[in-house]
Design a protein around this ligand. Structure first.
Ligand SMILES: *[C@@H]1O[C@H](CO)[C@@H](O)[C@H](O)[C@H]1NC(C)=O
Ligand SMILES: *[C@@H]1O[C@H](CO)[C@@H](O)[C@H](O)[C@H]1NC(C)=O
Ligand SMILES: *[C@@H]1O[C@H](CO)[C@@H](O)[C@H](O)[C@H]1NC(C)=O
Ligand SMILES: *[C@@H]1O[C@H](CO)[C@@H](O)[C@H](O)[C@H]1NC(C)=O
Ligand SMILES: *[C@@H]1O[C@H](CO)[C@@H](O)[C@H](O)[C@H]1NC(C)=O
Length: 393
């Protein structure tokens, strides 16, 4: 009687995923078990999706850390769902829509080309690169976030476009000084047009979500046309782009210094904007503690990743250790509040806001009225990245 019960329990136990030691592994395996980020949408149709690109970026770091081929194979499967054997990118991608978001899968194409030398990945990357050559820009040269948002630069677009642009330049045109200067200018223009002025109410010195160089959007400020609030995930994307691009742009290039200075300016300000009690970051960073505002998980994970990586690479000095302390405190908050164990051995990820767009009012009420979701890949992928940094041996 007892032994058959024990046997039943044993076989039950082996049917569930063993809980890995590493949160990076646990989160990645859970996402993979759910089929997330595999180049297909929820109805199984191919989709070129920036959050898949973000997850692939995380899986690639995990593959390089662990040497476990499972992660590499999953990336290949995901890309092969959106790139035909002849290199044509499909899955609702239309170059002439001029949207930066899809380009976030481009770094994966470039990585797979470097790893496999299969020309289909190079052809796919060339298609994305040709989009950039024709992409509409503001008079100052900033890529529009989308053709349908004329003259608007959004922080999100830096993560979507510039890592691909930089990686492509590094692999195929390393001496294209025009390209390096252009990439640098994308970061710089975004910073200058969105950084909060010292005179602004609730000044954090951080970056507003975006700006409209033509000042036509309803939310455009009178001075630089910036949007009214600092949204955590937009700044999260930008911060991750800063630490990632500095590994790609040659340190001898002037742009490296320019981008590094932006990171050095922002890192302590991000640290200081964390909630002093919990260590997490508010959804709307400019309105701490206001009713309906809350601690948002994707932005918080992105900041942990960016801060830890900035210090680990020696890009930002942390003489008193306060940046790492802040990041680690936030990470503990994440583990206690955003990570839950499921009965099947996987984990779930909570509290990521689904969307934040500048297509309406861009005000406080807009951001706080957007729903959150469980296992949103934008947040889960950022958690894999944050965990990789936290668990760095
Ligand atoms: C690789 O990762 C998968 C998913 O976590 C795991 O099932 C497998 O045991 C790992 N393989 C090795 C060789 O560690
Ligand atoms: C590439 O392959 C796809 C799928 O087989 C096909 O539909 C498409 O016409 C091909 N494109 C070119 C340029 O050959
Ligand atoms: C270098 O980059 C610029 C800017 O993206 C581009 O217009 C140009 O075609 C590139 N040069 C070469 C040789 O590909
Ligand atoms: C904020 O700073 C920018 C850049 O220095 C400047 O162009 C703008 O006029 C300032 N706006 C206000 C309201 O002070
Ligand atoms: C400043 O922050 C407080 C506290 O979150 C908030 O109630 C107020 O609306 C903010 N003011 C502005 C102008 O954003």
């Amino acid at each position: 009687m007892f032994s058959s019960l024990a046997l039943t329990l044993l076989s039950l136990a082996s049917a569930v995923l063993a809980r890995p030691q590493s949160y990076a592994v646990w989160a990645a395996d859970s996402g993979i078990a759910r089929g997330q980020g595999n180049g297909l949408d929820s109805s199984g149709k191919p989709i070129v999706s920036y959050e898949h690109g973000e997850f692939q970026w995380a899986l690639r770091q995990l593959y390089e850390r662990t040497g476990n081929r499972t992660y590499f194979d999953y990336i290949v499967k995901g890309v092969d769902n959106i790139v035909f054997d002849n290199g044509t990118v499909h899955g609702s991608y239309t170059l002439t829509d001029f949207v930066l978001d899809p380009l976030r899968t481009g770094p994966t194409f470039l990585y797979l080309y470097a790893q496999t030398q299969k020309s289909k990945y190079k052809i796919a990357a060339d298609t994305f690169r040709s989009q950039l050559n024709a992409h509409p820009r503001t008079a100052q040269g900033q890529f529009w976030h989308k053709l349908k948002y004329p003259n608007q630069g959004w922080l999100d677009g830096i993560y979507m476009g510039e890592i691909f642009y930089a990686q492509y330049t590094s692999q195929f045109q390393p001496s294209n000084t025009t390209a390096w200067a252009d990439i640098t200018s994308q970061f710089q223009l975004m910073f200058e047009n969105t950084v909060q002025n010292a005179t602004a109410p609730n000044n954090t010195g951080l970056l507003y979500h975006g700006y409209d160089f033509s000042h036509k959007a309803v939310w455009a400020s009178a001075d630089r046309g910036h949007s009214p609030e600092v949204w955590d995930r937009a700044l999260g994307w930008y911060s991750m782009a800063l630490v990632d691009v500095l590994e790609i742009i040659p340190s001898t290039n002037h742009g490296h210094t320019v981008i590094l200075n932006i990171l050095k300016t922002l890192a302590p300000r991000i640290r200081d904007a964390a909630d002093p009690e919990t260590g997490a970051w508010w959804l709307v960073i400019t309105q701490p503690g206001r009713a309906k505002n809350y601690f948002e998980s994707s932005g918080t994970a992105m900041f942990v990743y960016a801060l830890l990586k900035a210090v680990r690479l020696g890009l930002v000095e942390d003489k008193d250790g306060s940046i790492v302390t802040a990041a680690k405190k936030a990470y503990q908050y994440i583990l206690q509040n955003f990570v839950v164990a499921n009965a099947d051995g996987t984990m779930s990820w909570l509290n990521t806001v689904i969307v934040g767009s500048l297509d309406t009012t861009g005000d406080f009420n807009y951001y706080v009225s957007q729903p959150t979701d469980v296992n949103d890949l934008k947040g889960l992928a950022a958690f894999v990245l944050a965990s990789l940094e936290y668990e760095e041996p």
